[in-house]
Every structure is written in C-alpha cells, then in structure tokens.
Design a protein around this ligand. Sequence first.
Ligand SMILES: Nc1ncnc2c1ncn2[C@@H]1O[C@H](COP(=O)(O)OP(=O)(O)OP(=O)(O)O)[C@@H](O)[C@H]1O
Ligand SMILES: [Mg+2]
Length: 356
Amino acid sequence: MANITIQNVHKAFGEVVVLEDFSAEFRDGEFVTLLGPSGCGKTTMLRMIAGFEKPTRGTIKIGDRVVTSPDTFVPPERRDIGMVFQSYAVWPHMTVYENVAYPLRIKRIDRDTIQQKVEAVLEIVHLAQYAKRIPSQLSGGQQQRVALARALVAEPQLLLLDEPLSNLDAKLRDSMRFEIKEIQKALGITVVFVTHDQIEAMTMSDRVVVIYKGIIQQVGKPSEIYRFPANQFVADFVGKINFLHAMIDGTKLLINGTDQSLAYRGPLSGSVVVGIRPENIRFDSKSNDLTGTLLSQFYLGDVNDCRIDIGGQVIRVIAEPSTFETHKEGDVVKLRVEEFTTFMDDSFDDHQKIIT
Ligand SMILES: Nc1ncnc2c1ncn2[C@@H]1O[C@H](COP(=O)(O)OP(=O)(O)OP(=O)(O)O)[C@@H](O)[C@H]1O
Ligand SMILES: [Mg+2]
C-alpha cells in the first residue's frame, strides 16, 4: 500500500516558516497534485515525503509505516520511492540506457529483463533512438525524460514528480502528460506531482492540493476546485475569473457602482466579492442579471473575447463567436450569469502583492 498520511507537518528554515500545519491524506493509487505559486513550499513538501528533508514537527506515514516522526526517520533509500527532481539529475558519465537501467541493476534483475524494461520505457518517453548517447549530448528536455524513465523503470509503488515536464515543448508535454497518466493507471501506483501550471494539475490529477504561502487552501477534484473555489486565491489561481465588488442586501447582491443585482442565497453578509468565470456569462437580451457597455471585442474563431464595463468595474466575457457580428463596441449589452461564487471581501490585496 502506498497511501500517504501527512499529519500536522511544520517546516521552518531558521526563522522562515515554509509550511504550516500541513495535514493531508493521499490514497493508494491516487494521482495527487500539489499546486501553488513559486515559493509556496511544494518542493519542500515533496522532499519531506521522500526523506531528503526533515520536518520541524509532524508525522509522515507511507502505507502503515511511519517514515518521519519526532522519534523515527527512515532514510530515502529505504522508502521505496521513485522521484524526479525539479533540478533533474542524470549521471553524466553513463549513457541514456545505463542511466535508465541503473535502478534495475542494483536490484540484481537479470540482463534480458533489464533490456526489455529499459527499451519499453525509453519508447514511452520517446528516447529509444538516444539510448547510446551520454547526457551532455542531449537537450534539457531530453535529459528530463531520462530522469523520468529512470524513475518509472523500477515501477515503484510511489512516484514523486517535481515539475517533471517543465523543460518540454507544448506538444511533447501534452504527450508526456498522457503517458504518465497511462502508466500510473496501468500500474496502479500513487503519484504525487508538483506543478505551478494549473492546466497540468487540472488535466492529470484525481485530486489537487492548492497551496499558498505554505498553507493548504483547498483539497479537491479538479472540477470542485474550479467550480467551488474555497477562497479568492484559489479562484484566481485556477483558471480565469472576474471579481465584482458587491454588497449583500437580504437576498440580493448589489453590484457596486450600479443599481443592478444578482439573486443571492447564502451565509455571507456585508461587503463581498462575486467571482464569475468568463465562460459563465452569456449575451442574452432577455436577461436582467447584468447590463454593461461593450468596451472591446476580439474575434478568436472559436470565441468572442469581450471586455464589458459594469458601472465602472470591467469584466471579461468569453462569448459565442456569432456575437462578434451582432454587437459592436459601445453597445449596451444584457448579460445572463450562469454560475458565480461569492467570497468575503478580505485578504486578497495581500495575495496580489505576492503574486506580482
Ligand atoms: N534549504 C533551504 N534553506 C532556506 N530556505 C529554503 C530552503 N529550501 C527552500 N527554502 C525556501 O522555502 C520556500 C519554499 O521553497 P520550495 O522550493 O518548497 O518552493 P516551491 O513551491 O517548490 O517553488 P517553485 O515553484 O519555485 O519550485 C522558499 O521561500 C524557499 O526560498
Ligand atoms: Mg519547487
């Protein structure tokens, strides 16, 4: 079993707190992604699971085995984990084939099996024709795939991947995402994947752990994170979203600077922020949801990408391409809002300072 239990893990480097009270449970066979902006603590968490870093406090279990606690520490080589580091390290003096074969050699697997497995995995990472080269004769993206092949070949129960696709071009990255996912499903292994790329997180994961400033913001399936973000940070970090400032008045959300409102049923009161995804707004002349002035529109073939002024607050609307013909800049347009989320109007300025 390769489920991972992380209990109240806290990590500080000197005075600097990097992770705070991190608790999570990753299931056996699950593909979990740690997602968050640069510096939020993703690599540090992964290194603690692998055993390359000790937490200041807290416990980590792999399966039923405590690997890290105040009085236990299992070294990395005894955790049965495959790992690809962010700064991938491949052995410079070995050929691609030897690099990938190495984990099997030390397990004393027979030559024929090694050859068969190495060839199969090199095929998967599209490096079969480079087997005889040494790393200095490879591009960064090719070296990254050698590191990935070396982690995959031993078929570990638990695979930790720290931005393993960061150096690949868009097409290769797409294909590798698919391959990693297929391998994970076929072998039923647990994967903890680290990225700051929300598309990568959304497309590959069973569940996503969104981290910001060393604190878990939300854990959920990609669709939950996208549709029901726990706070404004998550809403903004995952996908595109408009934020409209508003006031709650009973069952109404009064949009600031207008006499317009959206129907509201929920627990919040006072000053709030309404989050609306651009694709959840439709041009609809019969709707009374929102009215605004079309500031600009860009025909992109599959969509009409618009900016609309709602009483001084500008929102983005991803509309049907046909609306480009039926509307022009300066028009007053009526909009239907299909889905929105409401947040307390609090600490977001803090986040924007960090991100920019
Ligand atoms: N050995 C160390 N000593 C001191 N500070 C460290 C050390 N390792 C990491 N940090 C700090 O801890 C914080 C989190 O680093 P970490 O590498 O976990 O971030 P990350 O989320 O992986 O970022 P990125 O997306 O840029 O890789 C950073 O502020 C970093 O400077
Ligand atoms: Mg990192």
